[in-house]
Design a protein around this ligand. Structure first.
Ligand SMILES: [Zn+2]
Length: 217
């Protein structure tokens, strides 16, 4: 097979590889727009947004690690939602609100999946009912530029599971931050570099400052 032919095949393969985008996934948050409610005996995080702000959770933030590390209490869910926005469409819906028990269960599953991905002997305690997640699919016009298929997660929770699946499939790695010890994803679609050692730039700076201070004393 001649070289030109090989190059053409490689280009076709690149074009038809599905585009599973997390980095440009956009979500909405409002640090002061949520409160705990216990109407009719079901704990929920209710929305009364004051200043909703659109942002990209997978550009700079460690959403996966912070979700897996979330405090297992209603206040833990509230803190998470205040920082990153609700997890589901129900949570985004002002007439409903995020179900606290479901959010806690999902965070426990992510935490277990993170542990299991790092240690094959970790005992899993998974629910018997699989939980569906949602992706939207866009198919490009034949002959146009870019990948044929474009897959996008619908909600923040769907995006977290999609990132988890990519990590397990070998696109990127799960690491522990040298400063705070929390999990974070490096490489792949995670938003952190493949060789990153810290969950955030703040923790890279904090770690280096502490070491410098320790060296002086
Ligand atoms: Zn950290």
């Amino acid at each position: 097979m001649d070289e030109v032919h090989l190059i053409r095949i490689a280009a076709m393969a690149r074009k038809s590889r599905p585009d599973i985008t997390l980095r440009d996934f956009t979500w909405s948050r409002d640090p002061r727009g949520y409160r705990l409610s216990n109407e009719s005996g079901v704990q929920r995080i209710c929305r009364s947004e004051v200043h909703p702000e659109a942002y990209r959770p997978f550009e700079y933030e460690n959403v996966l690690g912070e979700f897996g590390n979330m405090r297992q209490s209603p206040e833990g869910v509230l803190d998470f939602v205040r920082k990153f926005g609700p997890l589901t469409e129900e949570g985004m819906d002002e007439s409903k609100g995020e179900n606290v028990a479901t959010a806690l269960e999902q965070a426990r599953l992510i935490s277990q999946a993170l542990r299991a991905a790092q240690n094959e002997h970790y005992p899993l305690d998974m629910p018997t009912e699989p939980r569906p997640i949602s992706l939207t699919v866009k198919i490009r016009e034949p002959g146009s530029e870019g990948p044929l298929l474009n897959l996008k997660p619908k909600t923040l929770l769907d995006a977290i599971w999609l990132l988890m699946a990519q990590l397990v499939a070998g696109y990127g790695e799960i690491r522990h931050c040298l400063h705070c010890g929390i999990w974070f994803a490096a490489g792949g679609q995670s938003g952190r570099r493949q060789d990153a050692k810290y969950c955030s730039d703040e923790h890279r700076i904090a770690y280096n400052n502490e070491r410098r201070a320790a060296g002086k004393t």
